[in-house]
Design a protein around this ligand. Sequence first.
Ligand code: HEM
Length: 418
Amino acid sequence: MRTIKQIDIRSFITTSTLPALYSHAYDATQILYDPELKAYFIGCYADVNDVLRSPSFTTTPLGQRAQPVMGERVLAQMDGFEHHSKRKGVLSGLTGHLFREKYSTMITEITESILKRFLPAGEIDLISEFGKEYGVKVTLRVLGLPTERHEEVATWHHGIANFITSLDLTDTERKFSLDCSKRLIQYLTPLIEHKIQHPDESLISAIYGSTPPEQKMTTAELVALVLNILLAATEPADKTLAYLFKHLLEQPELFQRVVNDRSLLTSAINETLRMSSPVQLIPRQAEQGATLPGMKFSSGDLVFCMVGAANRDPSAYHAASEFRIDRRVESHSKHEKISPHLAFGAGPHVCVGAAFSMMQIKLTANLILDHMKDLRLAPDCSFHEDGFYTRGFSTLRLQFSPSTLTLTPSKHPTDAYA
Ligand code: HEM
């Protein structure tokens, strides 16, 4: 039997106290319970992996969090045939042997057009000056939507994301989020109606075209799915990119190895996602008969999977709190099994954008390394992190040798896809 340890989760989410929370969370003798939030928090790797894969824990809480601001049901709250067929539609546009070729020129163009403005100064804030604009523009273009109003879309996006990921919203914040949702839906609806009438090569058209005529989505359902993708795709990409550069630049020898051998970027990105998971919490609801070893839940219990803790569980990873890009190689040489990180989730709702994200982050990291020579953390660089449901730096200042940019494709396109 496990003990239930009562805990005030929100008192732990500063940068310095989060590791202490992780160590409570992956202690397999106990389960954390926050009486204020009326929610269990689990952080053992084995438990999180089991819950995400088990049909006894459903995505009901995601629906409750998302539907008021999405207008309709979203992928995350569907199951069975409906989930399978809509997911297949999204995956059809984000995987397959041509998807890299399809999106790499666009990602290169967006990355270089932003970097170009900062290269002569030799300094950039990877969050406020690069990441925010980059994240929204790439996702809009993947969907096939215009980018001219990216700043407004980013504000509305932020308001909606706050509604879904907040553990406690004030009335004013709630009102602001609902207003952002109304405005974004009003903006997207005519654009999406146009895609329905005039299909093209975009992800929106791929999704709409992939459903059989008898199950055609209404415009509102398609708008909700587009919002689901816009929200899910935008934030984690730029957060991961910032964590990647922070981890690498803190170890100059390792950084130089990666600069010289770009094929190491895949391991570096995976290790970043493990160590610094941008999505820290995944909520589930326990249904009749839901259990974990030594723990029986009641139907309706709210359970948060602490992905960030599970990814640092010492029973799943040797030297779990160290950033080591050679983990896979080391485990192969010792014939050990390495646990796959859970930053993209696991089970039926595992991230549909995982392959796309890996390609996107690798390509963008390559371009940053190509264009910013002598890259380093700025001496006054702050590592303040925000958020608990999703988590990332609020700022990350980098310095490099000033230069100018002639707009040419990356010199490492094939490495980027290795
Ligand atoms: C580093 C980047 C990303 C991370 C860390 C990430 C993380 C996650 C996680 C943890 C889940 C699982 C949620 C659950 O089990 O309830 C998820 C689901 C999802 N992600 Fe991602 N994501 C990333 C990028 C993307 C991108 C680029 C897209 C789309 C272009 C995307 C679209 C989605 C969608 C639609 C779902 C819901 C899937 C379902 O319910 O079947 N994500 N993501």
